[in-house]
Design a protein around this ligand. Sequence first.
Ligand code: NI
Length: 275
Amino acid sequence: MTSTLDELMTQRPQADFPVLITDAQIAEFRERGFIRIDRITSDNELVWLGEVYDRLFEERVQSVPGGYFDLTRPYDSAGEDHQPQIIMPEARYRELRKTAFYRNGRFIAAHLLGVESTNLRGWGHMIRKPAITGGPLPWHQDEAYWDPAFDYVALGCWMPLDPATVESGCMSFIPGSHRGDVRKHRHLGDDPAVHALVVEDVDTSAGVPVPVEAGGAVFHHCRILHCSGSNRSSRVRRAYANEWQLDPVRRETALPDRPWIDEGKRAWENRAIKN
Ligand code: NI
């Protein structure tokens, strides 16, 4: 008999999986804006997370209102998802905050950002690229999605549950690009009802693909330019990420407006009214 999600939550394996972070890795993160680590969690936890992940997507779980959508197609599109995302699964399934992935991610994030781990808040998202039909995510900076009235100290910790290769849609980064400003973005296809943003006017020829084994992880700064490829392989490419950040601080002088954020909000609200 297959378990329900609530039953699965009671089956979380003990996650004793200590990790280390070296000064050289911290220096590399500051210089390049990202690092890869070989393993962040145990085999047992990876198996359990995979079962939870599959069930969440099968049931299209909305852990928070509107928390399931396709990143690269307009909200409410009919048909097959190319790149569905589940936001904040841990808001409903608190066991996801007790994993080695969560704990180690916070520990490493604190060292990379040079802050106390107890001051870091985490929120999760899961992005699924189906075999063959899983689409690419265009070049962007994560901070471009966020309110420019605030300053952020933040990074993403991204773990694939299946091997992330160039063929299956691993991420690529432009080393050092995290030191620049947030650039102008627009919605993919110039449609504000599409969640994904794409950066304008950037030379992406310096992009470096970063394959990661299942259970490994990439930590990346909130301003680094990055993208992921389409999944041309015959197996799904599942990824689970936690964003780690200090509480955002309101800026005294505003940064340039990010009109794409307001455009996106309006499209999102229209969707809520329609539903
Ligand atoms: Ni991103």
